[in-house]
Write a protein that binds this ligand. Structure first.
Ligand code: PLP
Length: 343
């Protein structure tokens, strides 16, 4: 057991189930596959950000703050869950959501929920996507001028607190694997801001995990991530007083499944979403878990993962974003009014 001296609130539904996916394995003629269901963390419709926010909210409710400032994309899962949790804790929630000009800002999917939760929402142009310039700090400064005490969360919640959450999640996973007597060779996970991956790789080193953590980028290049992940990991290891820290040799990162960009559906992602929904009744999302499952499927089909292995797929959630996508892009045929659809 790793003792982390960080305040944490127990808000998420934990432990999340570790479920076998035999029909998916059979459909692929592939390995034994377990889903670690972090899409079922409960609060605010769940996802990996609920774990990170347990630690971030520990800080937010220290007495120093009364407002959360959260930045992300228009379909940010962090923003959606932070808005729900903030309400439960009596914190005001201000969202600064950015995207490239022309990107849909319709109040659908996560953005619909942000509004229902009553968050203050600022929609801004960011070019390139994750460059908020000084916008977030400006919003926080304005709140301070008006007498609020804001806590600005890092992008993706990926500071030491968010990373700590996945060090602890690793303990939970390893205990479940021990009960099952399973020794997976790989743990597949999506990589956005990288905090989840960093926590999982720190946790794997400290807990002597049997698997390598396979990170599938959904936006950044592999080169960028191989530079960034050791930096954020060592910063977190220092803050959390963990003895060991992954080096580049410990990192397995792929960027071949991004397609034309963050949040843009690829055929492989669409097929992965359909396959998992139709074999296991589990919903993946178009931004993160669908692309990660595409990678796993591709690795099985190309023989990189063989049928005698066991793998764990960390389902990080995100499926509320499905409702922001055009059905046709998800491979669902058009139903025109003339064919009897809703008028
Ligand atoms: C944020 C997010 C991720 C990626 O986590 P990072 O820690 O930012 O790398 C994966 N899946 C979903 C659904 C997310 O919302």
């Amino acid at each position: 057991m790793i003792e982390l001296n960080l305040p944490r609130l127990h808000l998420a539904q934990l432990p999340t189930p570790l479920e076998e996916a035999p029909r998916l394995s059979a459909a692929l003629g592939g390995p034994r596959i377990f889903f670690k269901r972090d899409d079922l963390t409960g609060v605010g419709l769940g996802g990996n950000k609920a774990r990170k926010l347990e630690f971030l909210m520990g800080r937010a409710t220290s007495g120093e703050f009364d407002t959360l400032v959260v930045c992300g994309g228009f379909q940010s899962n962090l923003a959606r869950i932070a808005a729900a949790m903030g309400n439960r804790l009596g914190l005001k929630v201000v969202l600064v959501l950015g995207g490239e000009p022309g990107e849909s800002r319709s109040p659908v999917g996560n953005l619909l929920l942000d509004h229902l939760y009553g968050a203050t929402v600022h929609l801004v142009d960011t070019v390139p996507r994750w460059d908020f310039g000084t916008t977030v700090e400006d919003v926080a400064a304005d709140l301070r001028r008006k007498g609020s005490r804001p806590l600005v969360l890092p992008l993706g919640g990926s500071g030491p607190e968010g990373i700590a959450a996945y060090v602890k999640a690793t303990e939970e996973l390893l205990a479940q694997l021990r009960v099952l007597g399973a020794r997976p060779s790989h743990l597949y996970v999506a990589v956005g801001s990288g905090g989840t991956y960093a926590g999982l790789s720190l946790g794997a080193l400290d807990g002597g995990a049997p698997y390598r953590v396979m990170g599938i980028s959904v936006s950044r290049t592999r080169e960028y991530l191989l530079q960034q992940l050791p930096l954020i990991s060592s910063h977190a290891a220092e803050a959390l007083r963990l003895p060991r820290c992954p080096t580049e040799a410990d990192l397995d990162i792929e960027d071949a499944y991004v397609g034309s960009g963050y949040g843009v559906l690829t055929p492989g992602c669409r097929d992965a979403i359909q396959l998992v929904a139709s074999t296991e009744g589990v919903l993946l999302d178009p931004v993160y878990s669908g692309k990660t499952m595409h990678a796993l499927i591709d690795h099985v089909r190309t023989g990189r993962i063989t049928a005698d292995e066991t793998v764990v797929f960390l389902h990080t959630g995100g499926w509320p974003a499905l409702f922001a996508y055009d059905p046709v892009s998800l491979g669902i045929g058009t139903v025109s009014a003339a064919q009897g659809g809703p008028q």
